[in-house]
Design a protein around this ligand. Structure first.
Ligand code: HEM
Length: 200
């Protein structure tokens, strides 16, 4: 067990991003009465415009600490699959606007912070998947695969990710770099979604 004086990396990430999570959650339209299929498609297009460059930046950085299986965890192809199912063809998808103001990943610690946000989002996805299935009839075959990107593996993958985080010996400055990047990932994502006019 860690003493209270030295919170674990996970605790640092959780407390450091909790408010940003609540703020973004409130502005996402998944539970809005006004959300229709068209808005949902625009929302996924905006997600794609963030995840695509984020995953490229992270995976091309060469800074992801060993033990993270990026082949297993890549999510952009699933977003593309959903967009196709919603009538956005490959060419149109590739021409969609992409976020250029991404967080900076210049250390392995910063990468961990960003990965925490992208992996954690799969948990909320489970709630959103059910809501979208119920309200818009969206499932894995017709535009809802991203919200259930790991399917039945969601819990297991999250646990594996937490084991990975827990196995890394980060000192206090390193944890600070991780939480800064996690916070920056939340705020860049929110600003990007805002600029794409898909938030409440
Ligand atoms: C309306 C949208 C969202 C809802 C309803 C939601 C809901 C949730 C829920 C219920 C959990 C906790 C699951 C559990 O403990 O088993 C969770 C965790 C998390 N979510 Fe979200 N979420 C939403 C959007 C997002 C987005 C857009 C991101 C980031 C891009 C995100 C990042 C995270 C992270 C990092 C965690 C892990 C927290 C931790 O346990 O350390 N969420 N979310």
């Amino acid at each position: 067990m860690h003493s209270q004086a030295t919170p674990s990396l996970l605790e640092t990430l959780r407390t450091g991003t909790a408010l940003l999570h609540v703020a973004l959650e409130k502005r996402l339209p998944f539970f809005s009465e006004r959300l229709d299929t068209e808005w949902y498609r625009r929302l996924l297009q905006a997600y794609y415009g963030f995840y695509a460059p984020m995953e490229v930046a992270l995976y091309d950085s060469g800074l992801i600490t060993e033990g993270f299986d990026q082949v297993l965890r890549v999510k952009t192809p699933t977003l593309l699959h959903d967009l196709n199912a919603l009538g956005v063809d490959e060419r149109t998808a590739h021409a969609l606007p992409r976020c250029t103001e991404l967080p900076t990943f210049d250390t392995p610690d910063a990468c961990l912070g960003a990965l925490y946000v992208l992996e954690g989002a799969t948990l909320g996805g489970q709630v959103l998947r059910r809501e979208m299935a119920q309200r818009l009839g969206v499932n894995a075959d017709n535009g809802g695969a991203f919200l259930d990107v790991y399917g039945a593996e969601t819990g297991r993958r999250w646990k594996d990710f937490l084991d990975y985080l827990g196995s890394l010996p980060l000192d206090t400055p390193a944890k600070q770099r991780a939480v800064d990047a996690a916070r920056s990932t939340f705020s860049c994502f929110e600003q990007w979604l805002d600029s794409q006019e898909v938030l409440l």
